[in-house]
Design a protein around this ligand. Structure first.
Ligand SMILES: [Zn+2]
Length: 504
């Protein structure tokens, strides 16, 4: 396919992929594509987990225990949340790279509100700079609702290739050709890589191989997202539509991939949280846990974490389908200079949270995107380009400090003003967390029912309080993605208390 194609507004958007298939084994050997498809693949790393789960839900697909966290937030009564937007923030999180993702030829995370901020209808100068992330929240200056949307524009340096304008998202829009393996390793195409791949897969008899061109649209990319999380043969699943082998992969994954814990640590941190484990003495098993707002806020915050940030925090070892390979591919393409800019590299490899999605006392300290919006000359909102090379610094340049700057209300806060360290939940409250991370408000009646169901007598029950420091927090994150028995995996109570085990 030719490089430097521009987006056509007619007809469904598709990308053509050349696929090499091993006919004997009915498997994709690799796919060949240009930057447009790789951009769509890499955009998975920018997706918050809540978005991923929302997209998977449509297919009734569950991911580890994190799907239970999602369902818990979904059914939580509003009175437990600080504002009504806190729920939307978690189950329909916004992507800190949404303005970039809107330029993708195939964007799985289409959302009405993406790339928009909202304002009240007052023309008072007091309200001039006040914007909200969500529609119909109260403007705290005039109390009217923020009904009107304003599109965020990105000032783009135009590139062209042989007279045609090129839409670049994360990758440079050249004519480079890339190879994508079945397990989503992405690499620039070369003879050496091709022969090494054939060697690794044991493909030798050329007659076994069939070349095919497939058209990939948004639905196929959505399927690919699903398989990339649950299978090690994502392209085969997508191209050959082989649901069967994918289902086999899931059961294998449940058997083999529970978080194995092998290192002892009890970490201390000012943001440490405590968790009461309710244990059956005879079964040596965690039955459920009791926790306050701080720990549940932490669990819920997994939903706003972009996939790339999860992989980064777990040291490239999330063990989720092919996602670690995809992340590694982005690392390699960036070191080989195929990524458009330092900023794009960070969007993929250390993606930040959407502004106001996190909170200060968060133990994992995932950075929040600094709201880089400001007015442009015509009074529209513009995404200010991060020209400063130093990574991660919240840059407020002189221009932004002037009246071109805009204020974004904190949608978690009833007053719109950020209260340091406050998350999504209204405290004080106590919650019950099951082994599969289903979270419900604490109720003594529910506990009795629960114990009866588990066939545990109240005399067999013991309470153990554990501290959740950074290491335990990472373990909880990791186990939530791949295990259905998270509490028992992370807090191994078989050993003499309080041995808390670790594997990151
Ligand atoms: Zn107002």
């Amino acid at each position: 396919m030719s490089a430097g194609r521009h987006r056509s507004d007619e007809g469904p958007k598709v990308i053509k992929l050349k696929i090499m298939i091993d006919k004997n084994r009915n498997r994709v050997i690799f796919a060949e594509s240009d930057h447009e498809f790789i951009d769509a693949l890499f955009s998975f790393l920018t997706l918050p987990l809540g978005t991923v789960l929302r997209l998977l839900e449509k297919d009734m697909v569950q991911l580890g225990s994190i799907s239970r966290v999602y369902a818990s937030v979904y059914s939580l009564e509003p009175r437990f949340l600080r504002t009504s937007y806190c729920k939307s923030m978690l189950i329909m999180p916004r992507n800190a790279s949404e303005v970039q993702c809107e330029k993708l030829k195939l964007n799985v995370d289409y959302s009405e509100n993406a790339g928009k901020l909202f304002v009240c209808n007052s023309y008072s100068p007091r309200c001039k700079n006040i914007f909200s992330i969500s529609q119909n929240t109260q403007c705290f200056r005039c109390n009217r609702l923020t009904q009107f949307d304003r599109k965020i524009n990105e000032k783009e340096e135009k590139r062209s290739c042989r007279g045609e304008s090129v839409v670049e998202v994360f990758l440079k829009g050249g004519a480079a050709s890339f190879m994508i393996t079945d397990d989503l390793q992405v690499m620039p195409a070369s003879t050496a890589r091709l022969t090494s791949l054939f060697g690794k897969l044991g493909v030798s008899d050329k007659s076994e191989i069939e070349a095919k061109t497939v058209e990939v649209g948004t639905d196929e990319v959505l399927q690919l997202l699903k398989f990339s999380l649950l299978s090690k043969t994502a392209l085969t699943n997508m191209v050959l539509n082989s649901q069967g082998s994918w289902l086999k992969d899931i059961s294998k994954y449940e058997d083999n991939q529970t978080a194995k814990l092998d290192k002892k640590t009890m970490s201390q941190n000012t943001n440490s949280m405590s968790l009461k484990l309710i244990v059956s003495k005879s079964k040596k098993k965690v039955l459920y846990a009791e926790a306050g707002v701080k720990l549940v806020d932490f669990l819920f915050s997994f939903l706003v974490f972009p996939l790339g940030a999860v992989v980064k925090h777990l040291g490239g070892n999330s063990r989720l389908g092919c996602i670690d390979n995809l992340y590694k591919g982005a690392v390699e393409l960036s070191s080989e200079n195929y990524i458009k800019s330092e900023e794009c590299k960070n969007m993929l490899l250390s993606p930040k949270l959407f502004p106001h999605s996190g909170f200060d006392s968060h133990i994992l300290e995932v950075e929040e995107e600094y709201p880089k919006y400001r007015y442009d000359d015509s009074g529209c909102i513009e995404l200010a380009r991060n020209t400063n090379k130093s990574e991660g610094s919240s840059i407020v340049n002189e221009e932004e400090a002037s009246d071109l700057a805009i204020n974004i209300l904190d949608p978690k806060s009833p007053t719109g003003e950020t209260i340091k360290g406050e998350g999504y939940l209204k405290g004080p409250a106590t919650f019950m967390i099951m082994d599969n991370l289903l979270v419900t408000p604490f109720s003594p009646t529910a506990i009795i029912t629960q114990l009866n169901q588990m066939k545990v007598s109240t005399s067999d029950v013991e309470e153990r309080t554990v501290t959740v420091g950074k290491d335990e927090a990472l373990n909880l994150l990791k186990a939530s993605l791949i295990s259905k028995t998270v509490l028992n995996d992370v807090f191994n109570i078989r050993e003499p208390y309080p041995k808390v085990m670790l594997k990151v």
